[in-house]
Design a protein around this ligand. Structure first.
Ligand SMILES: C=C(O[C@@H]1C=C(C(=O)O)C=C[C@H]1O)C(=O)O
Length: 250
């Protein structure tokens, strides 16, 4: 049995659906985790394969990207946002979502390179509440919680849209990664499952039991905001993101 740590958010529902409804299902145990946990489990050998946040790739001495599918976007992604009641220039403090490994770096890159602001960064704890932001504070929030949180604030900045406008590139949040080399046969079956999933968005939404937006909005989000194919432009984006990540203080 291969243990697979997959992201628990709606954007991964098509992948989960495809894996469950194809032949690879009998060879795997699917674990649903938030992105930072997907990274921790792969590092600690609690998973054989993870949908790994790109921001965690540097944790590994060596790794294998086993699929041409990813969690990416071309322009607005909707679910990776800097949320506040302020204009960018008035933001002094940014709380960082503990569930993220990629977007916490992305927001720092955007602050430094694109927005030219230098706020203080503070890591959020799981018990912190995004509803208690004070004046001049903002929060980087990812995943399905954004769909709820965005209702309470007036300034919602989509980080993928900001990246796209400035660098003219798509963005990649997570890729399928193993630490050890897995068999070619398994990888082929895995990819067949992922392919089935990205071609079954409606059914994946119907099977996803934590939907916090309506069905049509979910379908629109998965078809138009999330971009699942890891093509040349997205590989270029990963390379640039890693280069820029190396220039920021952690
Ligand atoms: C598109 C998203 O990107 C997620 C953000 C990640 C991160 O910041 O580490 C990792 C995986 C993605 O699922 C989202 O949060 O909805």
């Amino acid at each position: 049995m291969y243990k697979i740590s997959a992201i628990s958010y709606l954007n991964t529902a098509p992948f989960a659906y495809g894996l469950k409804h194809s032949s690879v299902n009998k060879k795997i145990k699917l674990l649903y985790d938030y992105p930072a946990e997907c990274a921790r489990k792969l590092l600690k050998n609690e998973a054989d394969l993870s949908l790994l946040p790109v921001g965690a790739l540097n944790d590994f001495d060596s790794y294998h990207i086993v699929s041409n599918f990813c969690i990416g976007s071309v322009g607005p992604v909707r679910s990776v946002t800097l949320i506040s009641n302020n204009k960018l220039n008035d933001i002094r403090k940014i709380y960082l979502d503990y569930q993220s490994r990629t977007s916490v770096l992305l927001v720092k890159i955007l602050c430094k390179r694109v927005w030219k602001i230098s706020p203080e960064f503070v890591s959020l704890k799981p018990t912190d509440n995004y509803k208690s932001l004070e004046k001049n504070e903002a929060i980087l929030l990812i995943g399905d919680r954004v769909f709820e949180a965005e209702k309470y604030y007036s300034n919602i900045i989509d980080l993928s849209e900001e990246w796209y406008n400035f660098y003219k590139l798509p963005f990649v949040f997570a890729v399928w990664v193993s630490k050890r080399k897995l068999s070619d046969e398994f990888i082929k079956e895995l990819n067949n499952g992922l392919e089935l999933g990205v071609n079954s968005i409606e059914s994946a939404v119907d099977e996803f039991n934590q939907l916090v937006i309506c069905r049509s909005e979910a379908i629109e989000y998965l078809k138009h905001n999330i971009s699942y194919r890891l093509d040349e432009e997205k590989l270029k984006a990963i390379e640039l993101f890693q280069e820029l990540s190396n220039t920021i203080d952690l």
